[in-house]
Design a protein around this ligand. Structure first.
Ligand code: FAD
Length: 389
C-alpha cells in the first residue's frame, strides 16, 4: 500500500478539506471552462497549468524532492473538489497520481523532482487492445535489443495521450516469470504514437486515446521495479491510489449533481399551485433518497481511508470495494437526478446531463465493477485474486 503520513491526517475531517489555493483555481479557472471542455473535447491545458502552479501535480511527491508529501486522503479531497467542477480534469489529475505512486517508489530522481515542481504530467498506459480491461494480463511485449529494450504494444486507452510528459507503461516481462513489467516511457520516444482520436460519451476533455508502440526503444533504466514485478507494484500502489481516487471523483460528481438538483428544485415553480418543485412531497422524497445514497458513499470512502490509516485487517477489502460502491452510486444518482429534474435536465444549461455522462465512466474503467465484485468474492471466500475460473 502507498505510504501514508499519519493516522490523524487520514481520519480527521480537516484532512478532507481542499486547500484554499485549489478552491481558487477550481472556481476561477476550471469551473468556467467545464462546459466548453465538454463541448469541444479539447484537452484542458489551461486548467492543468493552473493546477500545476497551485502545487497540485506535486501533491503525492515526497518532501525530499520538493513535493507536498500528501496522503491518499489528500488525493481524495483534491480530485473530489476538481470533479465537482469538471470530472474530465479530475481524471487527468487522478491518472497522474496513479502514475506518480509508481514513479515515487521506482522512478528516477530527475523525474520525481520535475513532478514535485509541477513541471511533469504522467499517466497510466495499462489497458490493451488484446487483454482489454484485464490490465493484470498485458499481452504487449518488451524484448532485449542490443543493451536496450524494445517495446511493442497496442494500448487501447491512455488518458492524456499525446499530452503527458511520460507514460507508466505495462508489458509482459523481458525474461522473468510473472505477468507484468512496468516502464517509464518518456513522451516523444520514437516509435510511440497516439493511435486514434477520443470522442467520448463523457469525460470528453481528457484525451483518452489509444497509443501504439512499434519497435520503440527505451533504456533498461526505464524499468520501474524488477522485471516481472509489475503486477505486485500495481496492486500495492497504483490500485489503492486509483480506486480511492476514482471513488472520490464519483463523489465529486454526485455532490455537483445534488447541488444542481437542489438549485433547480428550489427555483423552478408551479405557478398554478404557488409552490416550488421542492415543495412537492414526491420530489422531496426522491431528493432525500439520493442525498442519503451520496452520504452513505462518503461514509464508505471515509471508512476506507481510516482502514488504510489504521492498517486495519479489512483495508484491502475496503480498497477493492470502494470504487465499485461509488461508481454504481454515481450512475444511479445521476440517473435519479436526471429524472427528478425532468425535461429541464435533458437540456445542457443546467449542467446535469454532462455530469450524467461523466458519471457513467467509473463503472467501465478498469478494474470494472464486475472485476471488483469478482475480486471481493474471491477475497471473502478465501480464493486467490487471480487464476482459476
Ligand atoms: C474515460 C476513460 C479513460 C480511461 N483512461 C485510461 C488510462 O489512462 N489508462 C488505461 O490503462 N486505461 C484507461 N481506460 C480504460 C479502462 O481502464 C478500461 O480498460 C476500458 O474502459 C475497458 O473497456 P473495454 O471495452 O476494453 O472493456 P472489456 O474488457 O471489453 O469489458 C466489457 C464488459 O465486460 C465485462 N467483463 C470483462 N471481462 C469480464 C469477466 N471476466 N467477467 C465478467 N465481466 C467481464 C467488463 O466489466 C465490462 O462490463 C479509460 C477508460 C475510460 C472510459
Amino acid at each position: 500500500m502507498t505510504a501514508l503520513r499519519s493516522i490523524e491526517e487520514l481520519v480527521l475531517p480537516t484532512a478532507l478539506t481542499p486547500s484554499p489555493t485549489l478552491v481558487d483555481v477550481v472556481d476561477r479557472t476550471i469551473a468556467p471552462s467545464a462546459a466548453e471542455v465538454d463541448r469541444t473535447g479539447a484537452f484542458p491545458r489551461a486548467d492543468l497549468d493552473a493546477l500545476a502552479g497551485a502545487g497540485v501535480l506535486g501533491l503525492l511527491s515526497s518532501t525530499d524532492v520538493g513535493g507536498a508529501g500528501g496522503s491518499l486522503a489528500d488525493v481524495a479531497a483534491t480530485v473530489e473538489r476538481i470533479a465537482r467542477a469538471d470530472a474530465s480534469v479530475a481524471m487527468v489529475v487522478l491518472m497522474h497520481y496513479a502514475a506518480v505512486s509508481v514513479i515515487e517508489a521506482h522512478g528516477p530522481d530527475d523525474v520525481r523532482r520535475a513532478v514535485a515542481a509541477g513541471e511533469h504530467l504522467s499517466t497510466l498506459a495499462f489497458s490493451e487492445r488484446g487483454s482489454r480491461s484485464h490490465f493484470w494480463a498485458p499481452v504487449s511485449t518488451a524484448t532485449a535489443a542490443d543493451g536496450r529494450v524494445r517495446l511493442d504494444a497496442a494500448k487501447s486507452w491512455v488518458t492524456s495521450a499525446g499530452e503527458a510528459d511520460s507514460y507508466v507503461w505495462s508489458s509482459r516481462p523481458v525474461t522473468a516469470d510473472g505477468p507484468m513489467t512496468m516502464w517509464l516511457v518518456p513522451a516523444g520516444t520514437p516509435g510511440v504514437e497516439v493511435a486514434g482520436e477520443f470522442d467520448g460519451f463523457g469525460l470528453r476533455g481528457n484525451a483518452s486515446r489509444p497509443m501504439a508502440a512499434d519497435g520503440a526503444l527505451v533504456d533498461t533504466s526505464a524499468r520501474l521495479g524488477d522485471d516481472g514485478a509489475g503486477l505486485d507494484i500495481a496492486l500495492g500502489s497504483v490500485l489503492p491510489t486509483f480506486l480511492v481516487g476514482n471513488a472520490a471523483v464519483s463523489l465529486g460528481l454526485m455532490e455537483a449533481l445534488l447541488d444542481e438538483a437542489a438549485a433547480h428544485l428550489t427555483s423552478a415553480r408551479l405557478e398554478h399551485l404557488g409552490q416550488s418543485l421542492a415543495e412537492q412531497p414526491t420530489s422531496r422524497l426522491a431528493f432525500a433518497a439520493l442525498r442519503t445514497r451520496v452520504d452513505v458513499t462518503r461514509a464508505f470512502l471515509t471508512d476506507t481511508l481510516a482502514a488504510l490509516g489504521y492498517g486495519r485487517d479489512d483495508a484491502t477489502l475496503r480498497v477493492l470495494q470502494v470504487k465499485a460502491v461509488a461508481a454504481e452510486a454515481a450512475a444511479e444518482v445521476a440517473d435519479g437526478v436526471m429524472r427528478l429534474c425532468g425535461g429541464a435536465a435533458f437540456r445542457k444549461e443546467l449542467g446535469i446531463e454532462r455530469r450524467y455522462r461523466d458519471a457513467l465512466a467509473a463503472r467501465v474503467m478498469a478494474p470494472t465493477t464486475e472485476a471488483l465484485h469478482d475480486f471481493v468474492g474471491r477475497a471473502t471466500l478465501g480464493l486467490p485474486l487471480f487464476g482459476g475460473a
